[in-house]
Design a protein around this ligand. Structure first.
Ligand code: ACO
Length: 401
């Protein structure tokens, strides 16, 4: 018979699945999505209901703890987060060392990693309570770091957190309060931000979340794992798409709004150009988040009385692409980030900050997945490969090469 214990270390049959298109990396209880039907659920609740009726703080709790909180649990959760509504003063020196031109995602990733050095005890997690404690600490501090990246780009002084506000309001105030000016929260803006953050809160094993789980599977601490997730999200094929969409729409606008030309360019296999905000690895029917955010985009622009040429271009692009065989055959539909940039722009958030906003939204998802991985005791992530390099050969001294 076969000795199973010996098999563990032998090379067996390896499935090659480039981009992990069909490989499950874990068992998870957090998010379910059906790409063919265009459905998304957080802990069993349909995203449509969550986006309409819930709020971001509640969603953070739901993702982390598996259930919607009752009032007492909700207030306690808010209180726990508020306990950490500050960042060590010394961290500002790291921020100061960056050039103002630094991309906010690079700054955010560095600062998130640096949290370990300033909060070493929080990294030493032994049980569920320690995990929850580290999670609450990170939720509070990360929103500061996001606000800091914005203030840095504009050379503005930093704001303190305000425990009288909810999570999104607090972030908004820290980000946008100008020195020596009265500050008022605009409910339209806060509501829109809340909704976008909810829509981005988790999306099962996407690139950045898989990164967070992979890094954490080596028992690396929470803050360092999340810092790696921020770096993964930065890329234009992932979270960076929201910035790339607006840049593309602006580009088309400056190029006399010739939408058809860009659709043709995207179809041309000799051209690497892609329609940013189109296509999704899993959604091959439509992205349910895109439907919700499209409506929110119109609501926000109407409420704020803004007419944005980028939105007109986006709608033309959507119409032309959706009627084109190339996009239909490949099941390429607008994804959530096709619209999020237009809302961010209407809210006065600069383009380079768009992906930071995505990171703030995705944070509870990352943390919940990391927590789940640790509590399930998942093994260290270590994919195999199919080697296709040189056969064995002898070393050649440099003078003989
Ligand atoms: N524009 C033009 N063609 C596209 C696009 C696009 N946006 N997306 C995919 N295609 C084409 C590919 O060229 C390929 O064509 P082929 O079969 O003739 O070679 C086919 O559609 C399948 O594309 P893949 O790259 O294999 O699809 P994959 O699932 O690997 O990629 C991805 C998904 C990365 C999202 C891709 O659609 C893309 O690059 N989109 C633009 C970037 C973007 O919007 N990213 C945001 C993702 S959502 C998020 O992170 C929240």
């Amino acid at each position: 018979g076969i000795d199973i214990s010996k098999l563990r270390d032998q090379t067996g049959l390896i499935t090659l699945d480039l981009g992990y298109k069909n490989t499950g990396a874990t068992l998870s209880d957090i998010t379910y999505l059906d790409g063919d039907k265009g459905e998304l659920f957080y802990r069993g609740y349909p995203i449509e209901q969550i986006a309409e009726k819930s709020n971001f703080t509640e969603v953070m709790y739901l993702l982390l703890h598996g259930e919607l909180p009752n009032q007492e649990q909700f207030l306690q959760f808010q209180k726990n987060i508020n306990k950490y509504n500050y960042v060590a003063e010394e961290m500002k020196k790291i921020l100061d060392a960056f050039p103002r031109s630094a991309h906010p995602m690079g700054v955010l990733s560095t600062l998130t990693s640096a949290l370990t050095a300033f909060n070493p005890k929080a990294v030493n997690v032994k049980n569920k309570e320690d995990l929850d404690h580290a999670a609450e600490m990170l939720l509070a501090k990360f929103s500061h770091l996001c606000a800091w990246t914005y203030r840095k780009t504009l050379g503005l002084p930093l704001n303190h957190g305000d425990n009288n506000l909810n999570y999104v309001e607090n972030f908004y105030k820290m980000t946008f309060r100008m020195p020596n000016q009265d500050f008022e929260l605009d409910p339209v803006v806060v509501d829109a931000l809340d909704k976008i953050l909810i829509l981005h809160a988790d999306h099962e094993q996407n690139c950045s979340t898989s990164t967070v789980r992979m890094v954490g599977s080596a028992q690396t601490g929470l803050f360092a794992s999340i810092s790696a997730g921020v770096s993964a999200l930065w890329g234009p094929l992932h979270g960076g798409a929201n910035q790339a969409v607006i840049e593309m729409l602006e580009h088309i606008e400056q190029d006399s709004g010739d939408v058809a030309k860009y659709v043709a360019k995207a179809k041309d296999k000799n051209d690497s150009f892609r329609l940013m905000g189109f296509g999704h690895r899993v959604y091959k029917n439509f992205d349910p988040r895109a439907r919700i955010i499209k409506k929110a985009t119109y609501d926000v622009l109407n409420k704020l009385g803004i007419q944005d040429k980028a939105l007109d271009i986006a709608m033309q692009l959507e119409k032309v692409a959706l009627e084109d065989d190339y996009f239909v055959e490949r099941q390429l539909y607008p994804n959530v980030d096709f619209y999020s940039g237009i809302i961010y722009r209407a809210l006065g958030i600069p383009t380079e900050m768009f992906t930071v906003m995505f990171a703030l939204g995705r944070l509870p998802g990352w943390i919940s997945q990391w927590k789940e991985m640790r509590l399930h005791g998942d093994p260290i992530g270590r994919p195999r490969q199919v080697y296709q390099g040189a056969q064995q050969r002898d070393y050649v001294p440099m003078e003989s090469r």
